[in-house]
Design a protein around this ligand. Sequence first.
Ligand code: PMP
Ligand code: GLN
Length: 387
Amino acid sequence: LNRRLAEFGTTIFAEMSALAVRTGSINLGQGFPDTDGPEEIREAAVRALRDGRGNQYPPGPGIPELRIAVAAHQKRFYGHLGLAYDPDTEVLVTAGATEAIAASLLALLEPGDEVIALEPYYDSYAACIAMAGGTRVPVTLRPHPETGAYALDLDELRDAVTDRTRLILLNTPHNPTGTVLTRDELTAIAGLAVERDLLVITDEVYEHLVFEGAHLPLASFPGMRDRTVTVSSAGKTFSFTGWKVGWVTATPALVSAVRSAKQFLTYVSAGPFQYALAEALALPDSYYTGLRDDLRTKRDILATGLTEAGFRVYRPTGTYFITTDIRPLGETDGFAFCRTLPERAGVVAIPNAVFYDHRDQGAPFVRFAFCKQEKVLQEAVGRLQLL
Ligand code: PMP
Ligand code: GLN
């Protein structure tokens, strides 16, 4: 393994899911739903396979039906904020959000460019910045001592920008903290990007999992439409993490740049799933609100159970993750805690420290996923009371 990648090893998600299987534990570590997405959409994929749609290389930018559906989705949910995209030139289908992020960084960074990312950050960010020869510059999100809400220190963000900064890699709703950046925070980020002429890659895969208020796409803020690469994924919105279909929306020039990288990573993305997801994106509003309401109930079950078990819970306003502080349990090291949790309680969680460059800052935080059936969450919560 070369020097660029040597520090990354195996992803924590694979490691902890293997631990869950080995110990027969309830897996609240890796974020994937334990029930699949809509039956009718699975049927649509079967139909596409059977009818021979997408069984051979689909078009590089994605099949027209899916690009049209993505553009229609942006207009339907964000048109009132002034956002609209042209399906032919401003949408690119990718192999999940993971490839969208990788291709965007590979396409837009010169070696030595600095990338500002909110810490704790999703693990692929650091690896992809490294693969692109960039330098990551973390800006740490910290929980407010009283409210427990994770917030961005805008002065720290401003101070992180240098002459070498090329772009900000944003994520809202935010994994692993479950925080949703506020209008004020997004306004400040947009102002800074315009002032310092930065690009922004914004990972909005949890756009439909916002439990209080509404998701605000960064691209809708003043001056941002032309400098923002927006990333989303069918994995989260339709509970098909195994299908690995995501998409990018941006200006023609940015989409064309990202496509240049994508064509040499995967060339194209899986065909039949694209036909099915074109139908998924057109599902009625009740699908989207149903998903959100279901996960809100699950959030409440897990948040209450974790609080009763003695964790300090940072109540998430978005995503399907809860970050907790284990210090009230007399623990300080999230890694050690997560390694022994299967034996002690038969539950698997993720140590947030892996999402930090400043590992000490993340040491006492542990993430639990609640995209699981209620009975599974109840069982996990019951087991955790024994700690
Ligand atoms: N970004 C974030 C913040 C995520 O949580 C995930 C999924 N875990 C991804 C990107 C990757 O999405 P996909 O599975 O579509 O590649
Ligand atoms: N995004 C999911 C999580 O944060 C897992 C993705 C993965 O395993 N790469 O848990």
